[in-house]
Design a binder for this molecule. Structure first.
Ligand SMILES: [Zn+2]
Length: 142
């Protein structure tokens, strides 16, 4: 199992053992690979947040009841209780996302793929190099 409960938060990601995630209230699934869904089945009975594509797969493959599946739009911020979560495409497999959590605990990026956040740079990073964003000279021309 590769999931985790984020210490000091009500958040569990890819972690489906309710006995061991006693303090968790918000459950997130990053993507549908088998090692991330250990323990998920038709008997799951908590709200579960994931991308719309993962939501479909979750129901068709693992028979998780749709009443517990809460699809969240990718690329947008969602407020769930005291936690704000933003889903970011992780380009790992269909429906895979990273989770950016913000709250009183601070900001936590959960990549889910074990590859670190560098995977986001393959998306459109090239267009930004040198051309846009902050100008490089820092007052040198004054
Ligand atoms: Zn995977």
């Amino acid at each position: 199992m590769s999931g985790t409960v984020l210490a000091g938060t009500p958040i569990a990601v890819d972690f489906w053992s309710l006995r061991r995630a006693a303090g968790a209230r918000l459950f997130f699934l990053s993507h549908m690979h088998a090692d991330h869904t250990v323990g998920l089945s038709s008997t799951w009975s908590r709200p579960l947040y994931c991308s719309p594509i993962t939501a479909r797969l979750l129901h068709s493959r693992l028979r998780v009841p749709t009443c517990w599946i809460r699809p969240l739009e990718v690329g947008q911020s969602h407020v769930l209780d005291e936690v704000t979560v933003t889903l970011l495409d992780s380009n790992h497999c269909p429906g895979s996302v990273m989770f950016l959590f913000e709250g009183t605990f601070g900001t936590i990026l959960y990549t889910g793929t074990g590859q670190g956040p560098t995977v986001t740079e393959s998306q459109d990073g090239r267009d930004h190099s040198g051309s846009s964003g902050c100008p490089t000279p820092r007052g040198a021309e004054l």
